[in-house]
Design a protein around this ligand. Structure first.
Ligand code: GLY
Length: 585
C-alpha cells in the first residue's frame, strides 16, 4: 500500500473535524477534509497532472528518476505529441511558466507560432471581403510556423537537468512500438473521421485501412512521427527546423499552397518574456504576458473582483456570478482592442492590470443590473510607447513548478499531417483577426493590435498560471478551451483563494463564461435554476451550452505535500503523485 493511501486511511476523526486542508502541524500528515466533495491526489516527492494518462506517467517516471519539473514537463510535452494528437503536438506552439525554487524566480517562455514571412493582412478574405473560414481553419495557409520543438528544447537546455535524448526517449518508444488507444482517443477520432480522413496523410497515420477509426484497446503506432522525434533527439533543433523534417514541411507547403519556407523555419525564435504579475487579497499571481491575453485579463478580472466581499455574497450565488460576469465583460472588451503581439503592438499591459483602473471599471458596475455589452466599449487607454488546447502542470521534490499550455488551436489543428513527418499542423493563423471586428472561431473579435502581419504571433488566451501564498509557490494551473481559458483558470484559482476549496473541489465546481461579445453568459450544469432565474432578472442572457467549460490540470503545494487534480470534465486525464525518487540528478 502506498504511503499516501496509508495516510488517507489513518486520517483521524479529530483531523476530519478540524476542517483544514493543510498539513497538520502536530503529526505532519495530510488532513483530508471530508467536508469537501472531491479529493485530490496526494504525494510527497512530486506530481504531474495532464490530459492524458500515459503522458502523465511519462512525467512521473522522469520525476522518480530524479529529473526536475522542467525535465518532466518537456518529456510530457513530447509524449502528449504522440498520445494526445488532438492537442499535444510538434506542429503547434504554446507558453510555459516555470518557477525555479532555488533562485526564487519565474520565467515565461513564449513558443507561440509565428506568421510566415509571406503572410499578409487580408490573406483569409474572399472576393467579397468576408473571412473564408475554410481557408483560415483548414488549409495549409492556416498554419503558423510551429514553436513547440524550439520551446521544449529551450526550456530543457536552460532549466532542465537531463539530456534531450533522455526526456524524448519515452515519446519515441510510444510512437514506434505503439500505445493502447484510450476510450477518449477513440471517441475523439471517431467524432472527426470525415474531416480528418479528408487529408490523406492524416488518414494514413491516425486511422485504419479505409479510414476506419481505431477502437479503444487497439494499438496505434506512429512510425513517421517516431522518426521525426528520433531526428529531434539526435540533432536537437536541427532535427526539426533544418534537414529532413524541414524539407518535408516545406514540400508539404509548396505542394498545397502553404506559405512556410525554410527561412521561416530557421528564423523561428523562442522568446523569454517578463511574466505578468498581480495580487489578490495577499496571494501573488504570476502568469503569461502577451502575446497571450491570458495573464493580463486574469489579473484585470481579479483586480475588479478584489473590491467585493465575495465570501459574503457567496460562492456561485447570483450576486457573485453577476459581479464576475460584469468583470469578465469589461476585460474581454479591452482584449478586443488592446491585445496583440507585443513585438508589433504596444500592448498597455501596465494600465490594464493597474488596480486604479480596475477601481474605475468597478465603479461602472451596477451591483444589481447587467450592463449590455453594447454599452461597454473597450477603454480609451492609449497604447504604452509603443477548441483544443491542452494544459499540464508539474511540481518536483525541490518545489520547482511548471505550468504549460500548448495547442494546435482546433482539435487536431488544421487536420493536415505533414506527409512523411507524421505530425499534424496547427491552424493558429485563425487566432489573428482575419478581418478587424469580425469574430474568429471562438466568437472573439479583435482589431488592429491583432491584425495579420509577417512574423507576428497571433493573440492567444492561454493562461498557464502560478499562484504564490505567503510568498511561497502554491498552485500551478491552466486549461484548454479557446476564449474560455481565462475565465476557467480564474474560477479555479478564485475557488481556492477566496473560497478555501481544495484543488479537487475548486476544479469540479460549476463554471460560467462571458466574453463581452456575443453578449451572453455560458453556464455549466450545476448552476441552480434559481440562480439562473435571478441572473436573468438582472438582465443577463444565459446559454446552457450542454457541454462543459475547460479542463484544468492543477498541482498545488501545501506544507510537505503535493496535491493535484485532473478536471473530470474531459475523459482520459490523470494526475499522478510521486512518492519515491531513486536518485537525484
Ligand atoms: N488557440 C487558442 C488560443 O491560443 O487561445
Amino acid at each position: 500500500m502506498s504511503l499516501v493511501k496509508k495516510l488517507l486511511l489513518s486520517t483521524s476523526v479529530a483531523a476530519v473535524a478540524s476542517f483544514s486542508n493543510q498539513v497538520s502541524a502536530t503529526d505532519e500528515r495530510p488532513i483530508i477534509d471530508y467536508n469537501y466533495r472531491f479529493l485530490p491526489e496526494i504525494s510527497r516527492k512530486g506530481m504531474v497532472s495532464s490530459q492524458e494518462a500515459i503522458a502523465t506517467q511519462v512525467g512521473a517516471d522522469i520525476l522518480a528518476q530524479g529529473g526536475n519539473a522542467v525535465d518532466a514537463a518537456v518529456a510530457v510535452g513530447f509524449a502528449l505529441a504522440v498520445t494526445l494528437p488532438q492537442a499535444g503536438n510538434l506542429g503547434g506552439g504554446g507558453f510555459m511558466m516555470v518557477h525555479l525554487a532555488e533562485e526564487d524566480k519565474q520565467v515565461a517562455i513564449d513558443y507561440r507560432e509565428m506568421a510566415p514571412a509571406r503572410a499578409h493582412r487580408d490573406m483569409f478574405l474572399d472576393e467579397n471581403g468576408d473571412v473564408d473560414r475554410k481557408l483560415a481553419g483548414y488549409s495549409h495557409l492556416a498554419a503558423g510556423v510551429p514553436g513547440t520543438v524550439a520551446g521544449l528544447h529551450h526550456a530543457l537546455s536552460e532549466y532542465g537537468t537531463m539530456s534531450l535524448p533522455e526526456v524524448i526517449a519515452p515519446a519515441i518508444k510510444l510512437a514506434r512500438d505503439g500505445f493502447k488507444v484510450s476510450y477518449a482517443l477513440e471517441s475523439s477520432l471517431a467524432a472527426r473521421t470525415k474531416r480528418l480522413t479528408s487529408n490523406k496523410a492524416t488518414a494514413k497515420a491516425y486511422f485504419k485501412e479505409g479510414g476506419v477509426p481505431y477502437s479503444a484497446g487497439e494499438i496505434l503506432t506512429l512510425p513517421d512521427l517516431a522518426n521525426t522525434l528520433q531526428r529531434i533527439s539526435d540533432l536537437g533543433l536541427d532535427g526539426f527546423y533544418r534537414g529532413l523534417t524541414a524539407d518535408l514541411i516545406v514540400t508539404e507547403m509548396a505542394k498545397h499552397g502553404g506559405f512556410i519556407t525554410h527561412d521561416d523555419l530557421t528564423n523561428y525564435k523562442v522568446v523569454e518574456r517578463t511574466p505578468v504579475r498581480g495580487t489578490y487579497k495577499g496571494y501573488d499571481i504570476v502568469s503569461m504576458p502577451p502575446p497571450s491575453s491570458g495573464g493580463v485579463h486574469l489579473i484585470q478580472i481579479l483586480n475588479i473582483l478584489e473590491g467585493y466581499d465575495l465570501q459574503s455574497s457567496g460562492q456561485n450565488s447570483a450576486q457573485t456570478l453577476h459581479l464576475m460576469i460584469e468583470a469578465m465583460r469589461r476585460a474581454y472588451a479591452d482584449r478586443s482592442k488592446h491585445l496583440g503581439d507585443p513585438d508589433f503592438y504596444a500592448v498597455p499591459v501596465n494600465q490594464l492590470i493597474d488596480k486604479g483602473y480596475a477601481g474605475e471599471l468597478r465603479s461602472l458596475i451596477d451591483p444589481n443590473k447587467a450592463t449590455p455589452s453594447s454599452e461597454v466599449a473597450p477603454s480609451k487607454i492609449l497604447p504604452d510607447d509603443g477548441p483544443n488546447t491542452t494544459h499540464y502542470s508539474v511540481v518536483d521534490q525541490h518545489g520547482n513548478m511548471v505550468a504549460n499550455t500548448y495547442t494546435l488551436n482546433y482539435s487536431y489543428g488544421s487536420g493536415i499531417t505533414v506527409e512523411g513527418a507524421g505530425f499534424i499542423l496547427n491552424n493558429e493563423m485563425d487566432d489573428f483577426s482575419a478581418k478587424p471586428g469580425s469574430p474568429n472561431a471562438y466568437g472573439l473579435v479583435g482589431e488592429e493590435a491583432n491584425a495579420i502581419e509577417p512574423k507576428k504571433r497571433p493573440l492567444s488566451s492561454m493562461t498557464p498560471t502560478l499562484v504564490f501564498k505567503d510568498g511561497n509557490p502554491w498552485v500551478a494551473t491552466g486549461s484548454p478551451g479557446g476564449s474560455t481559458i481565462i475565465t476557467v483558470t480564474l474560477q479555479t484559482i478564485l475557488n481556492m483563494m477566496e473560497f478555501n476549496q481544495n484543488v479537487a473541489t475548486a476544479t469540479s465546481f460549476a463554471r460560467i463564461h462571458h466574453q463581452w461579445l456575443p453578449d451572453r453568459t455560458v453556464v455549466e450544469n450545476g448552476i441552480s435554476p434559481d440562480t439562473q432565474r435571478l441572473l436573468e432578472q438582472m438582465g443577463h442572457t444565459l446559454v446552457d451550452r450542454k457541454y462543459t467549460l475547460g479542463s484544468t490540470q492543477t498541482v498545488a503545494i501545501e506544507g510537505e505535500y503535493f496535491y493535484g487534480y485532473s478536471d473530470p470534465r474531459r475523459p482520459g486525464a490523470k494526475t499522478i503523485g510521486v512518492d519515491e525518487v531513486k536518485e537525484s540528478k
